[in-house]
Design a protein around this ligand. Structure first.
Ligand SMILES: Nc1ncnc2c1ncn2[C@@H]1O[C@H](COP(=O)(O)OP(=O)(O)OP(=O)(O)O)[C@@H](O)[C@H]1O
Length: 697
């Protein structure tokens, strides 16, 4: 096996990696626009020249002083002294001004580059049609490192670009000083000076590089620290922290996470900086002493005049100072390069983990759904066209021998799952916690890909369709649906973002979800921002948010989605609203293939078809009546609910049921499983949820 250079000589490897990283940063510069980059380059070149000009002019000033004093204020010698003074003062002023401009042009470059990188990062994060890559910790570590730096903008790729440009000024000055020493004194001294300063810089940069490398290995610790900080200061946890008195616990956790994060950093800092620092300082001192000693010898032999003496002394001292740490460039370039490497690695990881989209596969025609038995209560919006971009109509959706296992999990969630979702009907999926209900939705929405088996719609594999086209056919409200910090109208319109102008549709969806009156009563009606954090904004209750999320799904249905998935849609609804759920919402989507996931019998029992998931398969299925007659798992859970209701119900309760009680339980008790009074308010004997089996005793 051949050993290449960098492996045999580690220093070469480091140099090669540094060069590659720097080149990567340089290639980002065009993203800032050529005008901004040119302005920054010109500024930094002038900033390199100004201090060199200053020491040249002040040295001339020193050299011309004896003649000017001797010849008097009216002499040409005095005029030359004044000229040198004016040019030196102008160079100094220009340096001050250019330093400010360096900041401004650098910021401009930085912001533009970071804006582009942020776009790239977002595009990469959303590039995979499935969510699986985001379950990969190594990949999300890269993402969090990159996005943290881009967000903070201190050690970002944009800051690295600005830092690289600023290096032009520093190294330009250094070259200028070395050339001055070479020209007026000795090229050997000039080159020696340059080499000593560069060696010292190498020590600095090498230390910083090693120090920065440790950050790549402690991202998980940083994430933990950030987590505790956001829990402590964020709004979502504010209630629990106060109620449970969690402040001391949080402080302790935060302090532990902080030390866990910082200890390796401190140790590395001592290791990489201390010893090299002494070594390189000694080298710098040796060169300084050698050059100054040679100068002294030459001065003693009267080989150098006053101007040259002043010039060399100033140039050497200024050059030695350039061996220091550059606050405007060093951290930015080192950490910014790391951040951009994280961006690159994240993008590459996403590409590698994303299943290639079958772009060239022709979209098969799906079997059209049967006409709805009754006209949908939610009036459909006029379709904007039925060309190839129109969403496919869904036939029966089948999971055929589908198995699925999450990455990094050994146990599969599903093993050879066979399941049919009849078109235009409502199928309820029930099962204990962790049975796989939400995973089933992820598979249906192609956020995850079956490990084996396939999902078909109208007989055609759904993964043969472009993913966007398939998803255009779905309206999904997840259990953890989003509460957008936007107006109420926008929160609904986001169900079909291309139809935000359909105000009548937004109102119709809100009405069908039973939230229209609430929204109309807000200070700005449906235009009210839904967040206490926004000016003029208000927050909604949990149940109101849930209705709004349902309205979003209904709006998507109005605009062409023919498969509606509702994951725990009644979890936050009050019992009256839950009882009305079928009449108001499911009826509004009659004719739409609906998947309803719920732990609540009051919600599921009126579905056309009920599927019980257990141990990775369909354990039972049928209508509510059939499943009760079957006397299996579903019936057992239902009986538990009824028993709970009977236990909790006070003796001689109101015969018409108006003192409370879950309608499902009433149905189970009176033998009319399907019939109940949806208006009946519930009392304290709330529904027992599927997945929370309780002993009847
Ligand atoms: N992102 C994930 N990575 C690894 N395992 C997961 C992930 N999400 C879910 N699981 C596991 O998959 C199984 C099914 O989870 P899923 O959320 O689908 O259950 P569920 O039936 O919806 O549960 P619940 O009724 O509690 O909402 C569980 O064992 C869970 O631990």
């Amino acid at each position: 096996m051949t050993v290449d250079g960098p492996e045999r000589f580690p220093a070469l490897g480091v140099l090669r990696r540094t060069a590659v990283d720097r080149w990567r940063i340089v290639r980002l510069l065009p993203r800032a626009g050529w005008a901004a980059v040119t302005a920054a380059v010109v500024n930094n070149v002038l900033l390199a020249a100004a201090p060199v000009l200053f020491i040249v002019m002040t040295s001339l000033l020193v050299g011309r002083l004896p003649a000017a004093v001797r010849d008097g204020v009216d002499s040409p010698a005095f005029g030359r002294l004044v000229t040198a003074f004016v040019v030196a003062a102008a160079a100094l002023s220009a340096q001050q001004l250019l330093a400010q401009l360096q900041l401004t042009t650098g910021l401009l470059v930085q912001r533009r580059v970071d804006g582009w990188v942020a776009d790239e990062l977002m595009a990469a994060a959303l590039s995979s049609p499935s969510m699986e890559p985001l379950d990969d910790r190594a990949l999300t570590d890269r993402l969090s490192e990159a996005s943290r730096e881009v967000e903070q903008g201190i050690q970002s790729p944009g800051a690295a670009c600005a830092g690289m440009l600023a290096l032009l000024a520093r190294y330009g000055q250094l070259t200028g000083y070395a050339v001055v020493v070479g020209v007026v004194f000795s090229w050997l001294a000039g080159v020696g000076l340059l080499a000593a300063v560069l060696a010292f810089r190498h020590g600095q940069r090498g230390g910083l590089r090693k120090y920065a490398a440790i950050y790549g290995t402690i991202v998980a610790r940083v994430r933990r620290l950030t987590y505790f900080r956001s829990v402590a200061t964020g709004r979502p946890a504010a209630k629990e922290i106060r109620v449970f008195g969690l402040l001391p616990w949080l402080r302790e956790q935060y302090a532990a996470a902080y030390l866990d994060w910082m200890r390796p950093v401190w140790a590395e800092r001592r290791r990489v900086y201390l010893r090299p620092y002494f070594g390189y300082t000694a080298l710098g001192l040796v060169v300084l002493v050698a050059v100054l000693a040679a100068l002294g010898v030459a001065g003693g032999q009267r080989d150098v005049d006053l101007t040259r003496l002043a010039l060399v002394i100033q140039a050497v001292l200024a050059a030695i100072q350039l061996g220091e740490f550059y606050p405007e460039a060093d951290v930015q370039t080192q950490f910014g390069m790391n951040a951009y490497r994280a961006v690159d690695e994240f993008r590459a990881g996403m590409r590698a983990r994303s299943a290639p989209a079958p772009a060239s596969a022709p979209a098969p025609a799906l079997v059209p759904a049967p006409a709805p038995a009754s006209a949908p209560a939610l009036p459909p919006a006029p379709r904007t066209g039925g060309g190839p971009g129109a969403p496919p109509a869904a036939g029966p959706i089948r999971f055929e021998a589908v198995s699925y296992r999450y990455p990094h999990r050994s146990a599969p969630v599903f093993t050879d799952l066979d399941l049919t979702l009849p078109p235009g009907r409502c199928t309820a999926i029930v099962g204990l916690n962790g049975a796989g209900k939400t995973t089933l939705v992820k598979l249906l929405a192609r956020l995850a890909t079956p490990t084996s088996g396939r999902i078909t719609a109208g007989g055609q594999p759904v993964d043969a369709l472009p993913v966007a086209r398939w998803r255009g056919n779905l309206a999904v409200i997840f259990q953890d649906y989003l509460r957008y910090e936007a107006s109420a109208a926008d929160n609904i319109a986001l169900g079909a973002a291309g139809h935000a102008g359909d105000l009548a549709g937004i109102r119709a969806a809100a009405e069908a979800a039973g939230i229209l009156d609430t929204l109309d009563a807000l200070p700005q009606g449906l235009d009210t921002p839904l967040s206490g954090q926004l000016r003029g904004g208000v927050d909604l209750s949990g149940g109101q948010w849930q209705r709004l999320a349902i309205a979003r799904a209904l709006f998507a249905v109005r605009h062409g989605a023919s498969v509606l998935v509702l994951d725990e849609p009644t979890a936050s609804l009050d019992v009256r609203a839950e009882a009305r759920f079928f009449d108001e919402i499911i009826a509004a989507t009659a004719g739409v293939t609906t998947v309803l996931i719920s732990h609540r019998f009051a919600t599921v029992r009126r579905a056309d078809h009920i599927v019980v998931l257990a141990e990775g398969r369909v354990a039972e299925q049928g209508s509510h009546d059939e499943l009760l007659r079957h006397g299996g798992r579903y019936a057992r859970l239902f009986e538990l609910q009824a028993a709970r209701f009977l236990d909790d119900r006070p003796d001689g309760g109101d015969p018409d049921g108006r003192d409370g009680g879950d309608p499902a339980a009433v149905a189970g008790r009176d033998g009319d499983p399907a019939g109940d009074d949806p208006d009946r308010p519930d009392g304290d004997g709330g529904p027992v949820e599927i997945g929370q089996e309780r002993s009847p005793g």
